[in-house]
Every structure is written in structure tokens, then in C-alpha cells.
Write a protein that binds this ligand. Sequence first.
Ligand SMILES: [Zn+2]
Length: 214
Amino acid sequence: MWSLRIAPYLICQTCSYVDLDRGRMSRGHVCQQCRHESAGGVLYFHANIMVLVDLLEESYLSRPRNHPREMVVPANVAILLFFCTLKEALFEHFLRQLFTSLSLSRSLQKKLLSDNRLFHQKLKSLFPALIENDWSTALVNASALCGQDFSMLDSVLTSSAQVRNKFLHNASAWEISAELADTCVDSIANLFVLFVALHNHYVHREWARAQPMV
Ligand SMILES: [Zn+2]
């Protein structure tokens, strides 16, 4: 299953660092970031996100092998919709983790999400207000943290959302090609790498900031 191959990230319950260290599953395993012993493995991404990745896999595998390239294929439409939903779900997951690290009250968290229901509101208003960086600066910071350039991925996120919106608003599916669906599928793993890097840069850093100077 793609979810287990792409997204089996674990989070340290002490310092919130996220990585693929399977040792975190074992009680007593020492976190390389904070040196605390693990109380047991906790998956970073919640079940809805894992299910969404598996829906992407099912859609990808259900595509007909041979069809005229000008045809609109339902599985490609599904892949695009699921991919754009995945981006937005990962973004909201990141925000909720950030809320917790900033010790925001439940009522304030609810108000912030209620005041910023749309994705572009979360991206353009809420996100920079919380981390004091805009999205493009956050991408640079994430790139520096994990040594990977996310500018191409960002272009894919923007263009796929534009095509998704045309479909949602006037049922225009002609741009939802096999190539676009392939690009979405090829970008899934990188999307997870990006949001893990954002988490480790902005959420884990709140734990580091709270530590007494030695
Ligand atoms: Zn830790």
C-alpha cells in the first residue's frame, strides 16, 4: 500500500521531531534529537491522510491501459481531486500541529480555522501570521533543512489546483490529462517530504526554543 511506503513517518512525543526512524516504535528507543526515550511509536499523519493516499493508489491502478489520449478518463479526474485534497489536508494537519506547539487554546484554534475556512485564506493569511514567514520563504527554509528544492513541486501544486478549480466550477475536464495525473502521482512522496520538513522547521523549533540554555 502506498500509504505505508510513502507516509510511515513517526513523531517523537517529547520534541515533536518527525522522521522515518522505525526505532521509535520500540519503548525505550532514544530520540536522536532530544535524547528522550520513546514511550512507543506514534504515526505523524492521521488515518484520513493515509486512506487518501491509498485512494490515489486505487485510482492509479484502475486506469484503463489503452484509451484515446483525447478522452477524459474518470480515474485521472479522481487522481487530480484526491491529490489537491491531499495537499490541503496536509496543510491543515501542519497548522493543527503548529497550534499545539504554540499552546493555542482550543477556542482560539477553532476561531482561527473558522475565520480562515478557504485554503487560500489559510495560506495567505493564517500561515504567515503564525510562522512570520510567507509560503515562498517557508519553502526556502524547508529546502535548506532537507537539501531538496521544492520549487518544481510548488509549481505542480499551483497548476494542479488551477485545473482542479476549472473542473469544480464549470465541469471543464479537458485539461485533466494522463500526463497531469502522472505528475500528481509522481509528486506525492515529495509532498510528504515537504510537509515533514515544514513541521521540523517550524513545529519542532518551538520545542527547541522552550528548552533551557545549557
Ligand atoms: Zn525527540
